[in-house]
Design a binder for this molecule. Structure first.
Ligand SMILES: CC(C)(COP(=O)(O)OP(=O)(O)OC[C@H]1O[C@@H](n2cnc3c(N)ncnc32)[C@H](O)[C@@H]1OP(=O)(O)O)[C@@H](O)C(=O)NCCC(=O)NCCS
Length: 378
């Protein structure tokens, strides 16, 4: 029989070696390939950050230009994927549609069965471009709007907003979306990334790993929390309630407040620092500070009273709301950023693979228990 290691939910268990992301949860440090997230948030772009995650170093000008060109060229979806998006029930949640569509993308990827490093990189370019397109296209189709073709002159963040809204986004909207994508791109062995690595390690394939990761991200304890935050803010607004009283009521009913707490950080989530600032600034610029103010009041109460900190999802909700994005696109937007980290991990896993197969502490009936014939059972 095996013996127990680590806590419930693998808390504190170190499950692999990885050179991609380093987190110090006690000090509130997050770094991609050793570079602090605060520096990346201030100075980098989603394209450059993706290059960093995949290659381990920052690109020089030429490398960045070539990399960006590859990502841009990958903005293409097989017509049969678009037909599929047209045919899903209009009630389907975008996150479910994304999960299903990413699985189907493998049918049309020439590298589907190739698990070599180079093929995985090619598939990663495609997935980064295609996930953003799927989210934007499905949103338009379900609203009865025509599909907006990609604009190859725009960066990833701007092209997504363009394909979503058929309107050239403002520089502020592009900068905000780009920074949100940088902040969400990678986070070590979070649940969805771990799921992706487990799937890849069976020598399955990139698309299966990413479809599984999207399924994991969807849950309200993980990426689904950003939608939960906004639904709570809408409910408070609709009821005309005091945000602090409302949240107190939820806590008294032992409900969890989306956007607070973290398995790893014991301090403020370093990503929340930037998202809070973005939410406040965007709200001021748009003359719409309601969501920020409500969020801030809730945060101050939960910080003081429950000693819980806001995580990445808390202020991303009010940020996306101020950008005019529908609530059920928040988690898909998380996915269109985290694809950078998921693919980096799948590539790393398959470059030096070993099946991930842990053990469980057995808590069932004693061994050996007799096999009782059916006639003799009570
Ligand atoms: C992220 C999360 C799953 C981490 O969970 P965890 O490490 O398993 O921690 P636990 O759920 O065991 O929480 C520890 C304690 O803090 C409380 N707590 C943690 N997060 C809380 C929250 N968001 N609201 C209210 N209470 C919370 C728990 O109820 C528990 O209290 P108890 O010991 O009195 O039972 C958890 O904080 C959570 O559910 N947060 C809300 C969802 C969310 O925002 N997810 C996105 C994460 S980036």
């Amino acid at each position: 029989m095996s013996t127990a290691v680590g806590g419930k939910g693998l808390e504190g268990v170190v499950a692999t070696n990885s050179g991609i992301c380093w987190i110090d949860g006690e000090a509130g440090v997050l770094s991609y390939r050793g570079i602090d997230i605060h520096e990346l948030a201030e100075h980098s772009t989603f394209e450059e950050t993706t290059y960093l995650l995949w290659n381990g170093i920052l690109p020089n000008r030429l490398a960045l230009r070539e990399f960006t060109a590859q990502l841009t060229l990958a903005r293409s979806l097989d017509q049969r994927i678009i037909d599929m998006l047209r045919n899903v029930p209009s009630t389907a949640a975008p996150m479910e549609v994304l999960r299903t569509a990413v699985s189907a993308l493998s049918f049309y990827d020439a590298d589907e069965k190739d698990n070599s490093h180079d093929a995985n990189v090619r598939k990663s370019y495609n997935l980064v471009a295609q996930i953003a397109m799927i989210v934007a296209i499905y949103d338009r189709l379900r609203k009865g709007k025509k599909i907006v073709p990609p604009d190859f002159s725009l960066n990833h963040a701007a092209n997504f907003l363009w394909m979503l809204n058929e309107k050239k986004p403002s520089p502020t909207a592009v900068k905000t979306m780009d920074m949100a994508l940088v902040l969400h791109a990678e986070h070590e062995l979070n649940a969805s990334t771990f799921a992706a690595r487990v799937i890849a390690a069976t020598l399955s394939d990139m698309h299966s790993a990413i479809a599984g990761a999207i399924g994991a991200l969807k849950g309200p304890l993980h990426g689904g929390a950003n939608e939960g935050v906004m639904r709570m803010l809408y409910a408070i607004d609709k009821a005309g309630a005091n945000p602090v009283e409302y949240v107190k009521g939820m806590m008294d009913a032992r409900q969890k407040i989306s956007g607070f707490g973290h398995r790893v950080y014991k301090t403020e989530d370093p990503r929340a620092t930037h998202l809070r600032r973005m939410s406040e600034q965007l709200g001021k610029d748009a003359g719409q500070t309601k969501w920020y103010e409500m969020s801030r009041a809730i945060e101050l109460y939960i910080n003081a009273d429950k000693k819980l900190n806001a995580n990445v999802d808390f202020y991303s909700a009010s940020t996306y709301a101020t950008l005019g994005i529908d609530v059920d696109l928040y988690t898909p937007i998380f996915a269109l950023s985290r694809i950078a980290g998921w693919t980096a991990h799948v590539i790393e896993q398959l470059d030096d693979n070993r099946l991930i197969r842990p053990r469980a502490t057995y808590t069932g009936p004693e061994y050996p228990s007799p096999y009782v014939s059916i006639d003799a059972r009570p």
